[in-house]
Every structure is written in C-alpha cells, then in structure tokens.
Design a protein around this ligand. Structure first.
Ligand code: T5A
Length: 224
C-alpha cells in the first residue's frame, strides 16, 4: 500500500558559489544512509536536452541573450526536466533533490533581469502545472564571497560557465534579495541557512532542516 506513496521534492537555491552542489551531495548521502531513495539533479541540466541548453546559456563566448529568451530557454529545460526526471521519480516514492529550480528563475530572470515575478509564475504554471518544491533550502551568501568561490571553482575545473558570474554586483544583490523575499513569503516551505558558515556547519544545518521536514510530513525511509 505504501510502496507507491509520493516521494518529495527538495530544492537547494542560492546565489553563485553558495555551496549548493557541495551541500546537495552531502545531503543526498545522509538521506541515502538513513534509508531514503534519493535522486540528485540540477538546473539547467538534469536531462540531455537540458545539458545542451545549459551550455548555450552559461557559456561566455558571444552570448547576449534577451531576458525573455533566457526565461524561455530556462523554462524549456525545466519542462524536459520535470516531465522526464522529477515527476517520475516523485511518483516512484523517491526524494528528489534539485540544485536550483523555478526559485532561481524568479531571482535571476525576475529580480535580476526585470521580468515581473507574476509573469514567471504564470509561465511556470502553464509549462509544468502546479509543481513547486515541498522544501527549498536557501543557502544565503554575500555575492562578493560567493562569486569568488564560484570563479575559483570554474577556473579549477576549466569550465566556461561564468556568464552570470560576470553580471554586476547590483544584479547579484537583487538576486539575493529575491531569494530572501521568496523564503519570507512561504516560510513553511523554506529553510534559510547562512552559507558563510564553515562547510560542516552549513551541511549539518541543511540536514537538520531536511530531516525535520521529512519527519513532520510523514516521509519515512522507503528502502527495504
Ligand atoms: N540560472 C539558473 C538562471 O539564471 N535561471 C534559472 O532558472 C536557473 C535554473 C547556473 C547558472 O544559471 C543561472 C544561475 C547560475 O548563474 P550553476 O552552476 O548551477 O549555474 O550555479 P552556480 O551558483 O554558478 O554554481 P556553483 O557551482 O558555482 O555554486 P554552488 O553549487 O552554489 O557552489 P559549490 O558547491 O560548487 O561550491 C563552490 C566552491 O565553494 C566551496 C566549494 O568547495 C567549492 O569550491 N564552498 C565553500 N567554501 C567555504 N565555506 C563553505 N561553506 C563552502 N561551501 C562551498
């Protein structure tokens, strides 16, 4: 009876270099260790088509996207991701953890690029229906610190994905403010964690928030 119970959809959001990728892996490993079936994913990406769009959107060479073009490409990648990866996994009872989701679109294409949040929410609804994260962990960080971390990682891994890092500090401050406003508007589905803490402290605060939400919502481990 319980085998097909709905899983859950967790997202990790935040500005550049907040530690989302690192924390996602840590949280996935803790949840798996506790007996949950976990699917790790990210945006843009998460599907082969999404990965191609990621390269189009994040590369720095000769890319000047109009804000609406950027919004539609992010949304196209999301439709693939939701239909082919996220919804099927939730239906199988898994805990899906995504590094970024529509909260990033509201922050970057909305507050950052100037598209009204209501239009983004309307497009989200039309594109993927009423799928919103059950819990969003917001890793909050001063953009000046996060961008340094992110650029160091991109250089270390020799990745040409720094188009957003190159935006102005004002842009990144608007993005940060939007994430905080989204969390304040829906406190029951958000946990805000200070991403400037040492990594071990951030990781345990995130795990505490996730386990607390799962426990409160009756999401018990499904592995046998
Ligand atoms: N975007 C995305 C939109 O504009 N709209 C959208 O709808 C979506 C979905 C995606 C870009 O696309 C934009 C936003 C982004 O610009 P991305 O790679 O997902 O790109 O995003 P980034 O934030 O650029 O990814 P980063 O990999 O740089 O950041 P993370 O994942 O937040 O950080 P992580 O884990 O890679 O850590 C970065 C470095 O910091 C260290 C890590 O070891 C690593 O070296 N670190 C810490 N160091 C000290 N203390 C801590 N607490 C630390 N946590 C991590």
């Amino acid at each position: 009876m319980n085998t097909r119970a709905r899983g859950a959809f967790l997202t990790i959001e935040g500005g550049e270099g907040a530690g989302k990728g690192t924390i996602l892996k840590d949280l996935a490993s803790r949840l798996t260790g506790a007996g949950y079936r976990v699917l790790e994913t990210r945006e843009p990406g998460g599907t082969p088509e999404g990965l191609e769009l990621r390269q189009l959107m994040l590369g720095t060479k000769g890319k000047v996207w109009d804000s609406w073009a950027e919004l539609l490409l992010m949304t196209a990648a999301r439709v693939q991701h939701v239909r082919r990866v996220i919804e099927p996994a939730i239906a199988r009872g898994e805990i899906v953890i995504s590094d970024r989701f529509v909260g990033s679109t509201i922050a970057y294409q909305g507050a950052g690029q100037g598209i009204p949040a209501a239009e983004i929410e309307d497009l989200h609804h039309k594109a993927v229906g009423d799928l919103w994260p059950d819990l969003t962990v917001l890793l909050d960080i001063d953009p000046r610190i996060g961008i340094q971390r992110s650029l160091a990682r991109l250089e270390q891994e020799n990745l040409d994905e720094g188009r957003f890092e190159a935006m102005s500090l004002d842009f990144h401050n608007r993005v940060r403010e939007s994430f905080l406003l989204q969390a304040a508007a829906k406190p029951g589905s958000h946990a805000v964690i200070n991403a400037e803490w040492p990594l071990a402290d951030v990781a345990s605060a995130v795990a505490d928030a996730a386990f607390a939400w799962l426990g409160k919502n009756g999401k018990t481990p499904t592995k046998t």
